[in-house]
Design a protein around this ligand. Structure first.
Ligand SMILES: Cc1cc2nc3c(=O)[nH]c(=O)nc-3n(C[C@H](O)[C@H](O)[C@H](O)COP(=O)(O)OP(=O)(O)OC[C@H]3O[C@@H](n4cnc5c(N)ncnc54)[C@H](O)[C@@H]3O)c2cc1C
Length: 459
């Protein structure tokens, strides 16, 4: 019988990588990141550059600026699809949270440019062309393609910013956000039909941007969803605290996931009668250990609140690994880990890796929690080898608590890490207010920013 080899399996096989060691792979090197940044600048500036090179008549400063704003704004929007598609060659050198922050600021930049585009056109009509504001406005008003493009852009950007603020459920917000593709399509039609006919080289690049955006959209939203995730099975569910559970996962095909300690995956659970959503979780075990993959999840919302209902044998789909929150990207001489609550998961992975590989570099962990009952993996942390010192601090300690009390502050850090602060790299993960305050405290203690690494549990 003719057997059609599934495309996903072939691509998956090609993507499979060797167990990471301390050497950086080509795409993980910072130079690759800077090359990508240069490429990005070229891609967003290419349209105005082509417009400049192919022009026959100088359009004047205002009209030239108006066109350049529209062209660069459109290019940024089209490339946004690539930034949101979790492409590994972009994640590797930069890390997903940086890419997502860039994605957000690029969207705001494109938004401002595309708002300035009609305003600059209006000024051009009114002054250099001497038509007056009323006529200029009337000319803009009849440009229906432009109005639709601008209105859809305003709707998408405002909904992205506001719906998050008013607490729209994250999954709904994500679906609403995908509507941004419409802005690229409408912007494309508007660009091709407005003003003078576009010279051929510009048309080719314009089409290329649109087709690349459409291809990547379908790649990440359809192909990757259906065939791009590896299939796993839940082996066990282990309660860690009153509200935190670890899932031990095993791959269907026996092929382990090669990740660096501290990296995260996108996990989708297939559980009977429960919606299947995708969420990011850190691989909390050491990549050297068994079972092949463990994630430790705290109940903190619609999806995570159901985590205790997961049963052995439930299916799981995994994409990853992602992120750069791992000391393997920095090769420090010593470590200070500072974690709050479930922010311990990437730190656990790194500590377990240090322990399992017999690494003798000095490490200090300062682990903050609300109550004693919230401490994850306490026994294991306290049994770490002698080169790894562990300090707990609690906001609401019991009466007989003999550890540290209160939030992690400069005094706590100095007391626990002391001389290490002059040379160690700091790895910080916890609730956003804690991360902000600890970063400031570290800076006040003279720790340079380049030695402070952090992971936010929000993309
Ligand atoms: C890099 C990274 C690593 C993480 N590692 C862990 C971990 O090891 N253990 C753990 O318990 N939690 C981890 N989280 C947090 C975890 O992803 C969220 O708690 C979870 O997605 C919340 O979903 P919910 O439906 O239960 O809550 P909701 O109330 O729906 O969401 C709460 C918040 O979580 C974020 N969030 C929700 N869904 C997603 C999503 N699909 N993608 C990105 N962000 C989302 C949003 O900021 C949202 O406002 C990590 C997050 C990130 C970004």
């Amino acid at each position: 019988m003719l057997r059609i080899w599934p495309l996903g399996a072939v691509i998956g096989q090609m993507r499979r990588e060797k167990l990471p060691d301390n050497r950086l792979r080509k795409m993980e090197r910072p130079i690759w990141g800077y090359l990508l940044l240069c490429l990005y600048l070229i891609l967003i500036l290419l349209l105005p550059l082509l417009a400049h090179l192919t022009r026959t008549v100088w359009p004047g400063l205002f009209l030239g600026a108006a066109r350049a704003l529209g062209l660069v704004g459109f290019s940024i929007l089209a490339i946004q699809v690539a930034l949101g598609s979790r492409l590994k060659f972009i994640d590797r050198p930069w890390g997903m949270d940086r890419v997502m922050r860039f994605h957000k600021w690029a969207a705001i930049g494109a938004f401002v440019m595309l708002l300035l585009h009609p305003l600059t056109l209006l000024v051009t009509y009114a002054h250099p062309m001497d038509l007056g504001y009323a006529t200029g406005f009337a000319m803009l008003r009849t440009n229906y393609g432009g109005i639709i493009a601008l209105a859809s852009l305003v709707a998408v950007v405002l909904s992205a910013l506001l719906l998050k603020k008013i607490g729209l459920e994250y999954q709904l917000w994500r679906y609403a956000h995908k509507g941004a593709l419409i802005v690229v399509v409408v912007g494309f039609v508007h660009g091709l039909r407005s003003g003078e006919a576009m010279p051929a080289p510009m048309q080719v690049y314009f089409w290329a941007l649109l087709l690349a955006a459409l291809f990547l959209f379908f790649y990440s939203n359809i192909y990757m969803k259906l065939w791009g995730r590896s299939r796993w099975r839940v082996d066990a569910i282990i309660p860690e605290t009153h509200d935190t559970y670890s899932l031990a996962l095993r791959p269907h095909n026996g092929e382990p996931l090669h990740y660096r300690p501290g990296q995260f995956v996108q996990l989708r659970l297939d559980r009977p009668g429960r919606p299947s959503e995708e969420h990011p979780f850190t691989a909390s075990a050491s990549p050297t250990g068994a079972p092949p993959l463990t994630v430790t999840i705290k109940e903190s919302g619609d999806f995570t609140d159901t985590i205790s209902k997961t049963r052995p044998g439930d299916g799981a789909r995994i994409e990853g690994p992602f992120g750069r929150f791992s000391f393997q990207f920095d090769s420090p001489v010593a470590f200070v880990f500072i974690a709050g609550g479930v922010g311990i998961t990437p730190v656990l992975s790194m500590l377990r890796f240090l322990r399992d590989t017999g690494d003798e570099r000095r490490a200090v962990l300062i682990y903050g929690n609300h109550t004693e009952a919230d401490i994850i993996a306490r026994g294991e942390l306290e049994a770490m080898p002698a080169n790894i010192e562990v300090y707990h601090t609690l906001n609401a300690p019991p009466e007989d608590w003999d550890g540290l009390k209160g939030h992690v502050c400069a005094d706590t850090i100095e007391e626990c890490a002391g001389d290490l602060l002059t040379e160690a790299d700091i790895y910080l993960c916890g609730p956003p207010p804690m991360m902000h305050s600890v970063t400031e405290q570290l800076k006040s203690l003279g720790v340079p920013r380049r030695r402070i690494h952090s992971e936010r549990f929000a993309l």
